[in-house]
Structures are given as C-alpha cells and as structure tokens.
Ligand binder design. Structure first.
Ligand SMILES: Nc1ncnc2c1ncn2[C@@H]1O[C@H](COP(=O)(O)OP(=O)(O)OP(=O)(O)O)[C@@H](O)[C@H]1O
Ligand SMILES: [Mg+2]
Length: 370
C-alpha cells in the first residue's frame, strides 16, 4: 500500500516511521516549498502541477496538516479515497465551523462571539467580560494569530495585530488544567480512545504532555470519550481525531478546538501506549483492526523547541526516548521531543525535571496534580 500524505513535516515523518513495519510506502505532497519529513518520496508542489503524478502513485490519501484548500482535497477525493474526509478538513480548519459543530452536538465550549471589525471586537469584549481571547477564524497554530484583551479598549490594537478579516472572541477560561482526548475511528465505525493527557502550554505552544493522569475520575474520561465519539460519528470520520479541552474547577470540560490528525499531545503514545497514535491512524485508514490504546506506564512527552539539547545526555536518562525531526534550529520551532517513562508519577516527574534541565529553552514543568 502506497500512502499519500498531504504535508511533509514531522507528523508525516512519524507516520512513515510507524508504517514501514506494515510494509507501507509513503509519498508526501508538500505545497509549502519547505518539506522536512526527510523520509519516503517527497514531491514539492508549490504551483499545483504535480497533483496528477502524486495521485498516480498512491493508493489512498491522508494528511498531517489541515490548513489546505478544501477544493484541493475535494478534487483528490474524486480520484482516490481520502481519510479523514474533506468535510473533516473543512470543519477543523475553521474555528467558527468547529464551534458551531460543538454547539450542535451539545459539547460545551467557552462563551464566544464572531466579529468582523475592531468595533465589533470591542463590543464582544464588553459583552463577554474581559479577559477574552481573540483568534483568527482560520490559519492559526501554536498560538499564532491570537491576542488576549484585558480591557475592551485594547480592541483596536488587537484587531491590527491579528490582521485578519474575521475573528472569534472567547471568554478567557480560568482552567485547572488543559487536557486532550485522542480517539481513532476505523472504516467500519469501530472507535477506540486513548487515556486523556494533561498538556502544559507556554506562550501558546505545547511544552509537556503527560498521560495517563493519576487523578482523573473515570467519569471525566467517559465524558470526553462521549464528546469525541459524537464528533467522530457526526463526521463519519476515519483515522485519528484530537479534541483539546479545558478542565474547570467544578470538574466540567469545555472544548477548545479539534485537530483532524495525529497530534503533538499524542506523541507520548509512541513509547507509552501499546499502539501509537501513528500506527493506529494507519490501521484505521487501511481498514485494519485498531490496536490497543492502553498506557504501558506513566509517560511524559517533553517538546524540544528552538534549540536542541545534548542528545547523549538526554539518552543517558533512564527510559528516555528521543525523537528528532532533523530540522534546523530556529526560535519557536518544534525540533524534537523526548518521551520519558517511569513506574510511578513521582519518579516520572523527577525524570522530567532532569530532562528539562538538559534543554536550553525548556520552561519549568508544572502539572496540576503535583
Ligand atoms: N478561551 C481560552 N481561555 C484560556 N486560554 C486559552 C483560550 N483559548 C486558547 N487558550 C490558550 O492558548 C493556547 C492555544 O490556543 P488554541 O489551541 O486555540 O490555538 P492554536 O494556535 O490552534 O494551538 P495549537 O495549534 O498549538 O493547538 C491554548 O492551548 C490555551 O493555553
Ligand atoms: Mg490548540
């Protein structure tokens, strides 16, 4: 089976690494001109002239990047199976569509408004009550295209800074922690769920994900499973879907956003789960049985961002697994991650601190259950 992947970054690279044992081959279509996958057959197509050649080579198509023209994905769907479908891309690449779907399925979200001018932004901030977060409706990632307003008077400045014709404005959630749920749906509709992870973001970028959680009530996992199952079934989804949530002090969960693909908060599964999110995505899209999602041990994923650490020192830590993306160093760029495992959460936190100390730009790890 030759799998076509739209996008050619580290997520595609890790999909391929998980697919070789299944005798999958990979062809990447990069539309940015800057592929970094460094594996498989990479076709750079900045002027949309290689699509036919790409489709000729592949048996089915998936993607590692959702900010793609929906028309392109629909065009591909005419020729080859695409999993997840263009409908999933259409919804997940647009925060307004995403929130409307959450509303329709009764999945709670922060209060929000859609605005199309600085004046409307100011009115929304007044109505919702500050602080609020304003986000561009499309194209955002890693906290880009966002601004926090502490006062409605900051609207004009935020509008200029984001420079986008349509924004979503959300109440700023005073969460206890951020969590995510990752689930996989097969072609036959079977669904499996990973244990939820706690995610620590700094300046809008994910730094640490830890799973399973020592203090997560079964009922909360079940609530999250129910939300993501509703999304998967509604979209008739095939593959891995990620839902980011805020856990509030009263124990409730509010949906933040979703991603129609393997996700950074699921990298822990490469070493910490029986079957990784990458392998399960490949199993799902090929119509193969889904693998066990259970955690083997408490696991923490540490992102390496901006500058790399000393690989030898990292690998000398016990049960540490370094995954490098073979990218050059640049401020704010995701370069690698380290998965750390330990028999207890206490031992794990010690290992995480030791690892963070080896990374030049790592913020201090801090988890809600410490
Ligand atoms: N309504 C909110 N209340 C509080 N914090 C928020 C809110 N919205 C976003 N944040 C913070 O900003 C981070 C990034 O926001 P969001 O997930 O919407 O954007 P993103 O750029 O798509 O991120 P990514 O692609 O990295 O997941 C969140 O993980 C959270 O830490
Ligand atoms: Mg996010």
């Amino acid at each position: 089976m030759n799998i076509g992947v739209l996008g050619a970054g580290q997520l595609g690279r890790m999909l391929a690494l998980a697919g070789y044992p299944l005798a999958n081959r990979f062809t990447f279509l990069d539309t940015t001109g800057h592929p970094s996958a460094g594996i498989g057959d990479v076709m750079v197509d900045t002027d949309r002239r290689h699509l036919a050649a790409f489709l000729e080579k592949v048996d089915l198509v998936t993607y590692e990047f959702e900010h793609l023209p929906v028309s392109l994905v629909q065009e591909i769907e005419e020729v080859k199976p695409v999993y997840p479908s263009s409908e999933a891309i259409r919804v997940c690449q647009n925060r307004a569509e995403e929130k409307a779907l959450f509303d329709r399925l009764s999945i709670p979200t922060p209060a929000y408004r859609l605005v199309e001018s600085a004046d409307e932004l100011e009115a929304a901030a007044r109505e919702l009550g500050t602080p609020v977060v304003a986000k561009s409706v499309t194209e955002g990632y890693d906290g880009k295209g966002q601004a926090v307003l502490r006062d409605p008077a900051e609207a004009a400045e935020a509008w200029r800074a984001i420079a986008h014709p349509r924004l979503i404005v959300e109440s700023f959630v005073d969460f206890v922690r951020e969590v995510s749920i990752i689930a996989v749906r097969g072609r036959d509709g079977e669904v499996v769920f990973y244990p939820m992870a706690e995610n620590q973001h700094v300046d809008g970028i994910l730094r640490y994900s830890i799973a399973p959680l020592p203090d997560l009530a079964d009922s909360l996992q079940q609530t999250a499973d129910g939300y993501i199952r509703a999304l998967l079934d509604e979209l008739d989804y095939v593959g891995v879907l990620t839902l980011e949530l805020f856990q509030c002090a009263d124990g409730s969960l509010l949906a933040n956003e979703m991603a129609p693909r393997v996700h950074n908060s699921g990298h822990w599964t490469q070493d910490g789960a029986v079957t990784s999110q990458f392998e399960n995505h490949l199993r799902a899209i090929q119509g193969l049985p889904l693998g066990d999602t259970a955690a083997r041990m408490p696991t923490c994923m540490v992102n390496v961002i901006g500058r790399e650490g000393d690989s030898s020192a990292i690998l000398a830590l016990e049960d540490a697994h370094l995954h490098r993306y073979d990218k050059s160093e640049r401020a704010g760029r995701k370069l690698a991650h380290v998965n750390l495992l330990a028999p207890t959460h206490e031992a794990l936190l010690e290992r995480v601190r030791a690892c963070a100390a080896l990374l030049p730009e790592a913020p201090a790890p801090s988890f809600s259950f410490e």
